[in-house]
Design a protein around this ligand. Structure first.
Ligand code: DGJ
Length: 743
């Protein structure tokens, strides 16, 4: 191990905190550069020709320096030809899609990157950053590769910056955040796709020679159909508790692209980042271009550990207020839609408070006067309270909620405008549009052009004036109900129209930065017709997301199972709605709906006065139970027990507190099972030498013969709980509390 690398590893171990960047390695070193976490190593080598080669990404090596001697197995014409560069650029001998295509000032379309130097910094005793500085062999074109290591969480994030000092502009044509060459015998890719009311459907496929692409070119509602995250299993199909798995995600709330190119040597060339689709970017000299972060993790302990790594990282380093406990919410949408006035809302709030709801959120329909927002046809953009519906304004409603011990939240959709609005009358030029083309409506609305600083100011000022006028708003539901059509901007120069896609997202982030710096305490939910904006870039500004407009519990089980493979339960807003369900017309028991909703951040999406008194009693008791166990659900480790995507017809999971003292176990029957065909739930992660008291919650009938008895962790993990949950829509929830040490 080179001395400088040893110093990095030592400082990680000893927790020594350095605040400034120190040179990690010089070009003169023979150089291995190793980025490490508790269980993962990512290793690079500088070749004799000063290229940066990626040698290894996988289970932690005891001594990464040993890789100095690594020779490729193949017999290539030259070593150089088969070298797997750490960051591929077009024009070199490289044969797969490159991470970078830059057109230099003289028209040269190639870039040859060579190593210049590397720095490291310890941000604290858990987070370190390594920057590898590269430069074109000839041109003054500079590329920095950034790697941030989250030691305990086993997460490495990567992003890239470009800068140049060429005489005139350089055009960036392709600009991925990460290139990852993976070498195994087979590759199984799990990715997520969907549609409105059916987001995050899990698909696993064995990769074949050629390129598999998962991408979005929609803008705004980028994750409604595909999600910028994946799991890659390297030794057969994805397994829950064992097997080599890489988990990854692009933290970008715009068009993304993840491509998996299996080449003739059976190497999988993975590219992750912003989508270059129609996005050529002109970079002037002296300016820096940042790619978004890509989040990577790896485990030999299957999908389960990969999810837990991502969840722990997200809670600590990504999600807003990731350390806090989330309140129980009642959102007015499915309970009232656009039909409400003060009296309706007061009654909803009174009823909600009675059953223990902690946050009342008023959804769409509260604004617009000249063009009242009584349906989705009008009013978007006119963010003044509708005086006819809400005589005493939002202040009165927020005070009313507070007086009943609840907080108050409000829905907004500030990026959008209806043509029937005062805003559109005043600023038609603010709308995303192309010359000589008709405007294309979605849900009767148009998109505001966030590349334009005037529009950014308008959105910021809208939010700021709402929050200033009603200081006791504690929560915003930020919606976005269309994607981009007519991509184009009246603000951007004609030659810079291709900047639109990137500048839109940057504009959105700028607005969020301003809002967050003035209102750090407020909770914000990310919603885009449901789960249309679910990515780690967006979650950086949000406390949670609305996974889908589909609140049918059977559908939600599958959506949330797949969602929680990547994104954490604490952020998964999961609401009990009415039956028959408004999206699917399915009739389901209230208990089943509550049990499903309790696997995430519990909320309600109904008119509480429609619950009869028995249902109200059940709801109040379920909410009260949830409050007792939510710390474990929201902050514990998720262990999946039965997959709803398997044929057996059950779904099951448990959350375990980090100190193993409490677990919450859920089991759902998704279909009818033959008499006697019962699930055996073998628990995971418990302390085998401890005894646990098992209590069933939300009970209609007792599902487990061992209710209120004590069992050892060993018993519960090896023998398991055989529970009586076998008919469609039967379910059970158990709370396990540590009652003592057996040995
Ligand atoms: C779409 C969201 O997903 C719904 O929850 C609701 O807020 C509506 N928009 C309101 O228009």
């Amino acid at each position: 191990m080179s001395i400088s690398c040893k110093r990095l590893v030592l400082s990680l171990i000893s927790g020594l905190i350095m605040t400034s960047f120190t040179p990690l390695i010089s070009a003169a070193d023979t150089g291995i550069i190793s980025v490490e976490t508790a269980h993962v190593s990512l290793v690079f080598r500088i070749t004799a020709e000063k290229q940066l080669e990626q040698l290894y990404f996988g289970e932690k090596l005891i001594d990464a320096e040993e890789l100095v001697q690594l020779k490729k197995k193949h017999k290539p014409d030259t070593d150089r030809q088969y070298m797997l560069e750490a960051y591929t650029a077009s024009g070199n001998r490289f044969v797969s899609q490159p991470a970078l295509i830059a057109h230099h000032h003289d028209g040269n379309m190639s870039t040859e990157l060579v190593f210049v130097s590397a720095d490291q910094v310890m941000h604290d005793d858990n987070v370190s950053e390594t920057i590898i500085h590269l430069k074109d062999r000839f041109y003054d074109f500079f590329v920095d590769l950034h790697f941030k290591s989250y030691y305990k969480e086993d997460v490495i994030s990567q992003w890239v910056t470009y800068m140049h000092d060429e005489p005139t502009d350089v055009d960036l044509v392709q600009f991925y955040s990460a290139y990852l060459p993976v070498h195994s015998t087979q590759y199984y890719l799990t990715h997520f796709h969907g549609f409105w009311a059916g987001e995050m459907q899990l698909t696993e496929e064995k990769l074949q020679p050629g390129t598999k692409v998962v991408e979005s070119i929609k803008g705004v509602r980028t994750t409604q159909s595909d999600n910028p995250s994946f799991l890659l299993s390297l030794d057969g199909e994805l397994k829950e508790d064992h097997g080599e798995v890489i988990g990854g995600a692009v933290a970008w709330t715009g068009n993304f692209r993840m491509s998996f190119e299996l080449d003739y040597q059976n190497i999988l060339n993975v590219l992750l980042g912003m989508n270059p689709y129609n996005s050529r970017y002109t970079l002037p000299a002296g300016k820096t271009f940042h790619t978004p972060e890509v989040i990577l993790t790896y485990s030999i302990r299957g999908a389960g550990q990969v999810s837990r790594n991502l969840h722990a990282w997200a809670r600590k380093y990504n999600l807003y207020h990731g350390d806090d406990v989330r309140p129980v919410v009642l959102n007015s949408w499915e309970g009232a839609y656009f039909s409400f006035d003060e009296a309706v809302l007061e009654q909803m709030m009174t009823d909600a408070a009675e059953i223990g709801v902690e946050m009342f959120v008023l959804d769409d329909g509260w604004f617009g006067n000249k063009y009242p927002r009584n349906n989705d046809n009008a009013g978007l953009g006119d963010w003044q309270v509708n005086r006819e519906k809400l005589l005493r304004g939002i202040n009165h409603l927020a005070d009313f909620a507070n007086a009943r011990g609840m907080q108050f939240g409000l829905w907004i959709e500030p990026e959008m405008v209806n043509p029937k609005s005062e805003l559109f009358e005043q600023h038609p030029e603010w709308v995303v549009q192309q010359p000589n083309r008709e405007l294309y409506l979605w849900r009767n609305q148009l998109l505001l052009d966030l590349t334009n600083p005037a529009v950014q100011d308008f959105i910021y000022n809208t939010v700021d004036s709402i929050l200033t006028a009603v200081p006791n708003i504690a929560y915003l539901k930020w919606d976005a109900n269309r994607h981009v059509e007519n991509a184009g901007s009246t603000y951007l120069d004609p030659q810079k129209q291709t900047h639109f896609w990137i500048e839109y997202t940057k504009g959105l982030y700028d607005v969020y930065e301003r809002i967050r710096s003035k209102y750090p305490g407020i909770l914000i939910q990310a919603c885009a017709s449901g789960g249309g904006r679910l990515d780690f870039g967006s979650l950086k500004y949000h406390d949670e997301f609305w996974p889908s407009d589909n609140t049918d519990p059977l559908k939600r089980i599958r959506i949330q199972y797949a969602t929680n493979l990547i994104y954490p339960p604490i952020a998964t807003a999961s609401h009990v709605s009415t039956s028959p369900n408004h999206q699917t017309n399915q009739v389901t028991p209230l208990k089943f709906r509550f049990d499903v909703a309790m696997t995430g951040r519990l909320g309600l999406e109904l008119q509480p006065k429609d619950l009869d008194s028995e249902e109200k009693t059940f709801a109040a008791s379920a909410i009260s139970d949830y409050k007792k166990i939510r710390e474990t659900i929201q902050h514990g480790d998720l262990h999946r027990l039965y997959s709803p995507y398997d044929e057996h017809g059950w779904s099951g999971q448990m959350c375990l507190s980090p100190d193993q003292s409490e677990a919450v176990v859920f089991i759902f029957s998704l279909t009818h099972h033959n008499r006697g065909d019962l699930p055996v739930i073998k628990l995971k992660g418990l302390d085998p030498g401890a005894s646990y008291n098992v209590t069933e919650l939300n009970k209609n009938n007792e599902s487990f013969w061992g209710n209120n008895r004590e069992f050892t962790g060993d018993y519960l993990m090896k023998t398991g709980m055989n529970v009586n949950v076998s008919n469609r829509y039967e379910s059970a929830v158990f709370r396990l509390t540590l009652s003592g040490k057996v040995k």
